[in-house]
Design a protein around this ligand. Sequence first.
Ligand SMILES: CC(C)(COP(=O)(O)OP(=O)(O)OC[C@H]1O[C@@H](n2cnc3c(N)ncnc32)[C@H](O)[C@@H]1OP(=O)(O)O)[C@@H](O)C(=O)NCCC(=O)NCCS
Length: 189
Amino acid sequence: MGLSMSYPCGPRLSFRDFATADISAVHEYASDPEVTRWSTWGPNTLEQTIAFVEDAAHAQLKADRTAFSLAAVLDEKVIGSVGIWTTDPHDSNGEIGYTFHPAYWGNSYATEAVSTLLRIGFDTLQFARIGATCHPGNIGSIRVLEKSGFTLEGRLRSHRLVRGDRRDSLVYSILREEHAGTLAETTAG
Ligand SMILES: CC(C)(COP(=O)(O)OP(=O)(O)OC[C@H]1O[C@@H](n2cnc3c(N)ncnc32)[C@H](O)[C@@H]1OP(=O)(O)O)[C@@H](O)C(=O)NCCC(=O)NCCS
């Protein structure tokens, strides 16, 4: 799959490919240590944010695109970065990630974004399984995954070396049939 495309919207958020004009909006949250507390990256220097946005923007030009890093947009403002990528093409496995500006936390925006990522992953990219990992202390992210129908599969001990500390990761996933079941219940209910 190549070139830029349009993506499903949520009730409040829209999603689009990044452009270099988004650098300052992304840097507002990507440079904030509170935002990157549980992340494996950051807090970003301006150069790191520029590299992230430019890489994400260039990805849309690739003919064999396997990663979608998208801007989450509310009222024309970029309030978060969300991503979905192929981890394993043969087995149709993908993974998601998300980061939002702290001024917008607690309004279910991340949950709305995950709902869109799952539509892209299962409907467009035809994944059979979508995974997510997060730090056991990241209560907000755990809650987002639970609300989105993910199942906790286990805990990878001392899985990551982050800013000098070894950290565990929780592993979550949702399967195509579970997602289809959730949508059927929503429609029926
Ligand atoms: C994690 C993150 C994406 C959540 O975004 P958000 O838009 O606030 O998420 P939502 O509002 O959809 O859901 C968050 C849920 O967690 C709950 N929550 C958040 N922090 C909490 C805490 N410290 N204790 C208990 N619950 C908490 C919220 O109450 C909400 O649950 P509810 O709807 O049942 O009340 C956001 O905090 C963020 O960008 N964090 C930094 C980046 C990050 O950690 N990304 C994930 C990496 S795995």
